[in-house]
Design a protein around this ligand. Sequence first.
Ligand SMILES: NC(=O)C1=CN([C@@H]2O[C@H](COP(=O)(O)OP(=O)(O)OC[C@H]3O[C@@H](n4cnc5c(N)ncnc54)[C@H](OP(=O)(O)O)[C@@H]3O)[C@@H](O)[C@H]2O)C=CC1
Ligand SMILES: CC(=O)[C@@H](O)[C@H](O)COP(=O)(O)O
Ligand SMILES: [Mn+2]
Length: 381
Amino acid sequence: MKKISLLGATGSIGLQTIDVIQANKEMFQLQAFSSGKNLEQTRKIIDALQPELVSVQDEQDALQLAKAYPTISFVHGAQGLIDVATHPETTILVNAVLGSVGLAPTLAAIRMSKTIAIANKETLVTAGHLVMAEAKKYNAPILPVDSEHSALFQSMNGENPKNISRLIITASGGSFRDRTRAELKHVTVKDALNHPNWSMGAKITIDSATMMNKGLEVIEAHVLFDMPYDQIDVLLHRESIIHSLVEYEDTSVIAQLGTPDMRAPIQYALTYPERIPLQNSQRLSLADIGTLHFEKMDFKRYKALQLAFDAGREGGTILTAMNAANEAAVAAFLQDKIGFLDIDEVIERVMHEHQTIRQPDLETILHVDSETRKQVTDMIK
Ligand SMILES: NC(=O)C1=CN([C@@H]2O[C@H](COP(=O)(O)OP(=O)(O)OC[C@H]3O[C@@H](n4cnc5c(N)ncnc54)[C@H](OP(=O)(O)O)[C@@H]3O)[C@@H](O)[C@H]2O)C=CC1
Ligand SMILES: CC(=O)[C@@H](O)[C@H](O)COP(=O)(O)O
Ligand SMILES: [Mn+2]
């Protein structure tokens, strides 16, 4: 029985992780989980899986839940996330929380040598060097959940990393892939939330439309697989069937394919190195699909991807600044405070004004993160 801590249980990845756990109750047990503000969904998960420990964002909510469930422990806030991540009985942390708030609990779980199944890409972008150094020091495996990184990981299985020549990350193009940049000036939140292939949380769906999602994923791949940026390519692939590809020195290319279903990479991270049937899933039929499409990436059309490559190549705190600026700008767009194209503008301005600090420690990263959020708030007043 694998005992699991889950951060972000009420979100898109979180609920799909719950599905995988519920479909394989003889194999997995949910020991502890965190949610944010969605109390209705929190109660449903408690009723279905009876965990020992639950964290919610606000103290009042924790007190209210404690009255309703006297046998369960409730915690809250930033410390609550750490308590869930470090629950002494769990061996795996699934990090599916949104944003850089996932960093501290990830580091805490790594320091207890837990296996980390990571969907929370912002943590790897803002402090990848710290996460990977601590994972090495404490012998904590980091298993990718993001579909592209799971695909890369699977396509490297059994290979010698020194023979890899290139990582090729596929991108659907997002909600506005058939519009020019000029046509994006007045798009609405509702339009932007309409992803062609995946049903995901709001923030990542906007990131996908700006192509910042791919930018974050390029940095995530650099961090996870120690690959230089000039050996990471992005390929437009409308269908999201090929989840990513690895090219080797001898020109062979190995890819991982599948229907767009996040439960597959989530389950693979939980069962690794084994595979088990995926319940209620559709098998891939290439004969039914017929044609797959590929296009070269246009870095002028998708400016955010260029900004992410620039930040990645520079390294240090500009990664934290870029990530925090993006989180703040996307939140402002979702609240109708800025337009869609302003997201790129905000990130570019923040990066332009940022003085990079090399090899930052945790304190510096957390400081840059919160200062950048204040800077963005002032910018859009
Ligand atoms: N969705 C997808 O298919 C994919 C997502 N990812 C990555 O996985 C992560 C999660 O994405 P997704 O599931 O889409 O996001 P959602 O917005 O659907 O879910 C986010 C989760 O985090 C919780 N949360 C948000 N802010 C806080 C906070 N400040 N403190 C505590 N909990 C918080 C939410 O709680 P509540 O709702 O209760 O308020 C919810 O449980 C992101 O990093 C994303 O980039 C990666 C690949 C694919
Ligand atoms: C499901 C997943 O991993 C997302 O990150 C997905 O990749 C988003 O799609 P695009 O960013 O390619 O539009
Ligand atoms: Mn992805």
